[in-house]
Design a protein around this ligand. Sequence first.
Ligand code: NDP
Ligand code: 8X3
Length: 252
Amino acid sequence: MPILLVTGATSGFGKAIALRFAKEGYDIIITGRRKDRLESLAADIQKQFGRKALPLCFDIRNREACFEAIENLPAEWKDIDILVNNAGGAWGRDRFDAADLDDWETMLDTNVKGLMYMTKAVIPGMIEKKKGHIINMGSIAGSEVYEFGNGYNAAKFAVNAFSKSMRIDLLPYNIKVTHIAPGAAETEFSLVRFKGDEAKAAAIYAGYTPMTADDIADIVYYTASLPSHVCINHLEVTPTAQASSYYVFKNG
Ligand code: NDP
Ligand code: 8X3
C-alpha cells in the first residue's frame, strides 16, 4: 500500500488530509504533539477505512526529534510515497514594533525549520527510488504581505521560496513538489493565533463562508492523484468570498 506522512495531524487540515488519503487506500504516518489526539485519529483510520496508521508524537521544532522519528521508522513504514509538510500556524497578529519575538521564533521554527528538518529526513528514500511527492502547506500569506502579518508572512514566504527551490533541485530525482496556498479556512488556526481568544477567532470567519479542512484535504488529494508525468507546482485557493489577503466580501 502507498504510504503518506502528514505533519500536524492532530487538528484541521492535517487530520482531514490523513482521513482523506486513508479513504483512498493509503497507510498513514501522523505526527503532532498531542498524543491523545494522534491515538484517537489512528484508531479512526483503522476503524473507518481499515488502513494502518502510525502515530509519531514529537515537537517539529526539535531537529533531533524529527530525524530520530524518521530513522527509527519500522521497516514496513520506511518507504514513504508522499510527505505533506502541514504542521504550522500563526502566533499573534500585532504591529511590527509590538509583535512578540517569541511568536516570530515560534512561527519560523514551526512553519519553516520544521519543514526543512522533515524534508531533509524523508527525501533520501525518495531520491533512492527516484519517486516521491512533497506537498508543502503555504498560504496566501506567503505571496502577499498584510498589515500585522509580519512574522507569519515571513514564515510563509519562506515556505513558498523553499518549495520553488526544492522543485528545481529535485528535478533529477523525479520528485514532485507542490506548494498549496490557501486563504481562510475555519480550523483551530485563528484560536492558536489569538491564543485561545474565541471571540477574536470567530470574528475572522464571520459574515461569509470560509473553507473547511475537508475542502483543503480534497484539493491535496487531487494534486496527489494526477498521472506521474504531471505536477502541480503552485495552487492558490480561497473561499469564493475572498479574492486575496485584503479583499474579503462580508455579509454579501
Ligand atoms: P490547526 O491549528 O488546526 O492545526 C495545526 C497543526 O500543526 C496541529 O496538528 C498542530 O499539532 C501542528 N503543530 C503546531 N505546532 C507544532 C509543533 N511545534 N510540533 C508539531 N506539530 C505542531 O491549523 P490548520 O489546520 O489551519 O493549519 C495547518 C497548516 O495550514 C498550517 O501550516 C497553517 O499555517 C496553514 N494554513 C492555514 C490556513 C487557515 O486559514 N486555516 C490558511 C492557509 C494556510 P499539535 O498542536 O498537536 O502539535
Ligand atoms: C492563513 C490565511 O489570510 O490568515 O494562512 O494569512 S491568512
